[in-house]
Write a protein that binds this ligand. Structure first.
Ligand code: MN
Length: 400
């Protein structure tokens, strides 16, 4: 039996307003051909199917077009919700999709048994615990007045208990059969990029690999976009996103993982590289350097290269600002499109103490004001509104 592990498709994703659906279309086409040629029996998608909780109509269309192409392949499909997904959105067509041999687990079910899928193909068996992203309320009983540290500890131990229950259920009902656990969470030791939305408060709630107790034969993780092996002995893998979703992933080699089961045991985990169809590039330097690098670039790929421009100049000046604006707006190279740009002046005010009017006492500045100021000073940040919202949530949770 052969199993394909993928995750973090983020259907509907835009990179700084640039539509990445052609990238996903090419990946889906390639994946379907791979499933056919390699005779894949099971397809696992470990969360973040969509980029948004409320996907656009175009995103829905891309999703259903893909499912339509997949259902003819004699391949069992199991997909789970990630932190970007709305459980209700994924679950809405759950019963309809079940009749096409597609199992959807949008959110954690009250009864653990509902997340277990047993597959029996030509006498070869497999048990999959399709654990989706676990929300705070799935794993933690909140207590009024608790501290930040207590919360982190509770989330950690909540996750440990949850996965331990999954293991117990497996042992009680399916012991001896090959066992794969899916999950969408941060496991400590993994390297993150810029495009994962933090699951819990910071990364500190990340669990450690030992929590899986060496009971699953393979752990199929999602959430981290950079493909990586967390534990060789326990076979804990992040397959990563199939396409780069942020500039920090520009050097990643994207992959799918293919697991082979023979005689009731995993005999092979193959890392299969995904063909690259688009370059993401960063041009950094002073204005003159960046202009030169932009002119030089001549690589051609299936899809136009997307560029991030980071200009660092010593002294602030209106002329430099104008030249920079003109450069960005002129889109000077036909081989690429500038989608993200940032202009930094070294001589600008830097510290928070310089940021407020002279005479302002730090004691008069609220944490929220301080945070907003910090964002202001950190020019070129994306999602500042989201960051503000998230920060406000933390403040509220901490009663500050
Ligand atoms: Mn993701």
């Amino acid at each position: 039996m052969k199993i394909l592990h993928t995750s973090d498709w983020h259907i509907g994703k835009q990179l700084h307003k640039y539509d990445l659906s052609p990238d996903l279309d090419l990946f889906f086409e390639w994946m379907i051909n791979y499933i056919k040629s390699a005779n894949i029996d099971v397809l696992l998608i470990s969360g973040d199917i969509f980029d948004q909780a409320n996907p656009s109509q175009a995103a829905y269309k891309q999703y259903y077009d893909l499912l339509k192409n997949l259902i003819n392949l004699d391949c069992k499909i199991i997909l789970t919700g990630g932190n970007h997904d709305s459980a209700a959105v994924l679950n809405a067509p759950k019963e309809l999709l079940r009749s096409f041999d597609i199992t959807v687990i949008g959110g954690a079910t009250d009864n653990v048994s509902e997340m277990f899928v047993e597959i029996d193909k030509n006498g070869e068996k497999l048990v999959v615990a399709a654990v989706p992203f676990l929300k705070d309320r799935d794993i933690r009983k909140s207590v009024a007045g608790e501290t930040y540290a207590t919360k982190i500890e509770q989330i950690k131990s909540g996750l440990e208990t949850y996965f331990s229950n999954i293991n117990r259920y497996y042992q009680e009902h399916f012991s001896g059969e090959p066992f794969i656990v899916m999950g969408h969470l941060y496991v400590q030791g993994s390297t993150m990029s810029d495009s994962e939305r933090d699951i819990q408060i910071g990364n500190q709630a990340g669990v450690e690999a030992y929590m899986f107790e060496e009971i699953p034969d393979y752990v199929a993780l999602g959430h981290i976009h950079k493909p990586q092996l967390i534990s060789q002995t326990q076979k804990i893998h992040y397959c990563g996103s199939p396409i780069p979703l942020s500039f920090s992933e520009r050097k990643d080699h994207k992959q799918i993982n293919v697991i082979t089961i023979k005689d009731q045991a995993i005999t092979d985990v193959e890392i299969v590289p995904i063909p690259k169809h688009r370059n993401l590039i960063t041009f950094e330097g002073n204005l003159q350097e960046v202009v030169g690098k932009l002119e030089e670039y001549s690589e051609e790929t299936t899809l136009k290269s997307l560029a991030e421009i980071m200009v660092n100049e010593e002294v602030e000046s209106i002329e430099r600002r104008q030249t920079f604006e003109e450069l960005i707006n002129s889109q000077p190279n036909a081989h690429l499109e500038i989608v993200k740009s940032r202009l930094n002046f070294k001589s600008k005010i830097r510290g928070a103490s310089d940021a407020f009017a002279v005479g302002t006492d730090v004691a008069d500045v609220t944490p929220m004001q301080m945070f907003e100021k910090k964002l202001e000073l950190q020019s070129g940040l994306e999602n500042t509104d989201e960051l503000k919202l998230a920060f406000r949530e933390i403040l509220q949770e901490l009663n500050l």
